[in-house]
Design a protein around this ligand. Structure first.
Ligand code: SF4
Length: 408
């Protein structure tokens, strides 16, 4: 569905941080050169009943604040009514969005629908924790228009789940997948973690095969990384355990790609696999392609034109700012063309599709094949990237070292 009144309505500049103190969002329409693209909406739910041992994301346990938080989100949604006009993806992430009641979710959707046009074919995703979801709950989510479910399974092995300090069991993980299917979700994603102490390549293969046996439409596989503030980091340090070395990392990466590709999945981004093209996460692709997005809630980031801005990080400061009639924005940055093109290179080379060279040149003014000729030739020679149909794309070996490729 086209935007209400065209790209002009989408062009804003949040002039300076001090202006965010105003009761109304300060909007300055300027000529930001950008294509008219449908924006994505992200809503952050920063509550978790307990903290997983490896998690460094901000979340709090005070679920009694959820009603106040929903009311604040509704005000934040309203603030942006003249900035963004329509969305074709909505992603409710966390934290643990499945701590919201279906009534609270419906309440959010009615506010979103009141102020924005939501594409008839919008991809609407919610992340859920396996321990929270009954068949009735999932049926109600489906009824409220959510058409994509992402379940934080992480492992089918109770020992690993306990090690990671997840609060669900493998039995609950399987029950959640079955209930999601029974509730009519036909776009189901599962998240898995590898590189965990005690989870060798063989057990990881079993985990993948178990996931494949349920034929989810999407599988995300993340390698465990440990922030030094997390309890699991401290445990690793005190026990003298190590995260996988580079060779093991590569083996795990190739094993993942082998098992899932053999099962028919498309390896479309370093950590992401989809059963068919149409099941690739449309929302996440916006982040990778510099398509505008609005993020609501503490620490949520937004992007439009060449501006990126982000909210204050804690629930308390977020609620206080909204209660005082202010925008909860922490800061913003104007991304230079150099920064944008570097980001596009970094994100593009993490995807199988790679970088559309013509689009890249039009958008960032750089002809990669001329500007980076020597290094691209060397990468092609080493079979890390290839040129195909106007795209510069990583090979599978290139995807395994995608983050270094972008340093070209
Ligand atoms: S449920 Fe997710 S966000 Fe919450 S503590 Fe665990 S990993 Fe972190």
């Amino acid at each position: 569905m086209p935007a209400k009144s065209g790209i002009q309505k989408l062009k804003i500049i949040l002039d300076s941080v001090s202006r965010f103190a105003c009761t109304e969002l300060q909007i300055f329409i300027k000529n930001i050169p950008m294509k008219e693209e449908q924006a994505g909406l992200y809503i952050h739910i920063p509550f978790c009943l307990s903290k997983c041992g490896y998690c460094s994301f901000y979340s709090i346990k005070s679920v009694d604040l959820i009603p106040e938080y929903i009311a604040a989100l509704k005000k934040e949604i309203k603030h942006y009514r003249n900035v963004f006009s329509s969305f074709d993806t909505i992603y409710i992430g966390g934290g643990t969005p499945s701590l919201l009641s279906t009534g609270q979710i419906d309440d959010l959707f009615s506010t979103i629908n009141k102020y924005f046009d939501i594409d008839r074919k919008a991809e609407i995703t919610i992340e859920v924790n396996p321990g929270d979801v009954s068949l009735e709950y999932l049926q109600a989510l489906r009824k409220s228009g959510i058409n994509r479910l992402n379940i934080g399974i992480q492992s089918f092995d109770d020992k690993i789940l306990r090690f990671l300090e997840r609060r669900h069991s493998s039995k609950e993980a399987i029950a959640a997948i079955k209930a999601a299917k029974a509730a009519g979700f036909d776009n189901l994603g599962v998240d898995l973690i590898y590189g965990v102490h005690g989870l060798g390549i063989k057990s990881w293969k079993n985990t993948l095969q178990k996931a494949v046996s349920f034929a989810p439409e999407h599988i995300s596989c993340y390698q465990l990384s440990l922030d030094d503030r997390t309890p699991l980091y401290k445990k690793y340090s005190s026990e003298g355990w190590k995260l996988p070395d580079e060779n093991t990392e590569l083996k795990l990466f190739f094993t993942t790609a082998d098992v899932l590709e053999n099962a028919g999945y498309l390896h479309y981004e370093v950590s992401n696999f989809a059963r068919l093209d149409k099941f690739k996460s449309r929302h996440n692709q916006k982040y990778w392609q510099h398509v505008p997005y609005l993020g609501l809630g503490p620490a949520a980031h937004s992007f439009l034109g060449n501006k990126r801005w982000w909210n204050k990080a804690t629930v308390k400061t977020y609620l206080n700012e909204i209660a005082a009639g202010k925008m909860p924005v922490e800061d913003m940055e104007n991304l230079s063309t150099d920064q944008l093109q570097l980001e596009a290179l970094f994100l593009g080379l993490r995807t199988k599709a790679g970088i559309n060279l013509k689009r890249y040149k039009t958008r960032y003014g750089i002809d990669l094949l001329v500007d980076k000729k020597t290094i691209i030739d060397a990468l092609i020679k080493n079979k890390l990237v290839e040129l195909k149909n106007g795209f510069l794309r990583p090979t599978r070996a290139g995807m395994a070292v995608a983050d270094s490729l972008a340093l070209i």
